[in-house]
Design a protein around this ligand. Structure first.
Ligand SMILES: Cc1cc2nc3c(=O)[nH]c(=O)nc-3n(C[C@H](O)[C@H](O)[C@H](O)COP(=O)(O)OP(=O)(O)OC[C@H]3O[C@@H](n4cnc5c(N)ncnc54)[C@H](O)[C@@H]3O)c2cc1C
Length: 311
């Protein structure tokens, strides 16, 4: 595999170094930042600690006409082996903020873009936030969950009161209306979720905690939690489940290099032995073809493929 051609010249690197100091690294593999533990180097990875940091990075990338990407917990991403060109922004610092409180007959949550969804769920459940159990066990950031409209039978979009974003043309945080549907939002590609406010009807805390606990236990029993994975690879087609179709197509246990269709849950691909993005994408294509051939169903990816895929 040839080395990826960086888009950042020496002047760019000096400019980023001068502004971000030790918050920027160059040519670092993204694999450690993804749940699949797969992905080549980013030209620059910036630990964005404040609203001003993000505004600066967005303005700078816009002026230099460079691509940029905001990385959450990396739990829904297949990053190509060639890595990513331009800037990868990892929110942290002020964006980790999480405030959960009772407000009359509601539980109101204000979460920064990189706040932990599992922590949000635990705190909101302890105050009786009805429906938050539907988000239990999703290893996301609040921003990534909003972007994906993450959920199960309940989705985060149902509870959103306000989303504030930063964009290259308007880099200070501002409210934006967002439409939510199954694993999809109307959020523009160039919008960084700075924070989100959620509101849940307040119910019986012990009952919500118990439901949350049950969901976590069920996940441990039905999902391959011990191996690197990115959750469900394909969206469920209308009226059916992708996992059922993949299993019925006989794909459980199929291997490509170090990637395997999980024998436990057919819609999960696990990294069993230093899998590459090419291994996973080859397996995804094989599964897609098998389900199409067997049932005439055109499965759509739920995981996002990003960066450069090289043979
Ligand atoms: C074990 C496991 C179980 C899972 N179970 C579920 C489940 O039950 N339901 C479900 O819906 N998903 C599930 N997932 C998938 C995944 O957790 C969700 O899609 C989640 O919302 C991804 O959030 P993230 O922070 O990891 O985002 P990432 O994977 O890092 O990124 C996903 C997308 O969100 C964008 N993004 C991230 N942060 C921001 C931000 N601040 N502003 C704007 N865009 C942003 C990224 O650019 C990218 O396009 C599971 C994954 C795993 C590994």
């Amino acid at each position: 595999m040839s080395a990826p051609a960086t888009l950042l010249g020496a002047d760019d690197r000096r400019a980023l170094d001068a502004h971000f100091g030790d918050r920027v690294t160059f040519d670092e593999p993204l694999a450690p930042h993804t749940w699949w533990k797969i992905g080549g180097p980013a030209d620059a990875t910036i630990s964005v600690a404040s609203v001003d940091d993000a505004a600066h990075a967005l303005r700078w990338a816009f002026k230099r006409k460079l691509p940029w990407f905001v990385l959450g917990a990396g739990s829904n991403l297949l990053v190509g082996d060639g890595g990513m060109r331009g800037l990868v922004l990892r929110l942290g610092g002020a964006y980790d903020a999480l405030d959960v409180r009772v407000d009359g007959d509601e539980v109101v949550v204000r979460a920064g873009g990189s706040a932990s969804l599992p922590q949000l769920v635990a705190q909101a459940a302890s105050l009786g936030a009805t429906g938050v159990d539907g988000l239990a066990g999703i290893p996301a950031t609040a921003g990534g969950a909003v972007r994906m409209n993450a959920g199960t039978d309940r989705e985060i979009g149902e509870f959103v009161r306000e989303v504030r974003v930063q964009t290259p043309s308007r880099p200070e945080p501002h409210a934006m209306w967002v439409g939510f549907s199954y694993r999809h939002t109307t959020l523009p590609r160039d919008a960084v979720v700075a924070d989100v406010t959620l509101a849940f009807p307040r119910g019986d805390a012990a009952a919500v905690r118990a439901r949350t606990h049950d969901r976590l236990v069920r996940r441990k029993a039905t999902q391959p939690v011990a191996l690197p994975n990115a959750g469900s690879c394909f969206r469920n087609p209308a009226g059916d489940r992708a996992g059922r179709l993949i299993e019925a197509a006989g794909a459980k246990g199929w291997r490509s290099g170090g990637a395997e269709v999980s024998p436990l849950h057919a819609n999960f691909i696990v990294n069993v032995a230093d899998a590459t993005a090419l291994d996973v994408s080859t397996l995804l294509a094989r599964v897609h073809r098998a389900v199409g051939d067997a049932f005439g169903v055109d499965l759509h990816l739920e995981v996002h493929l990003v960066g450069e895929f090289v043979a």
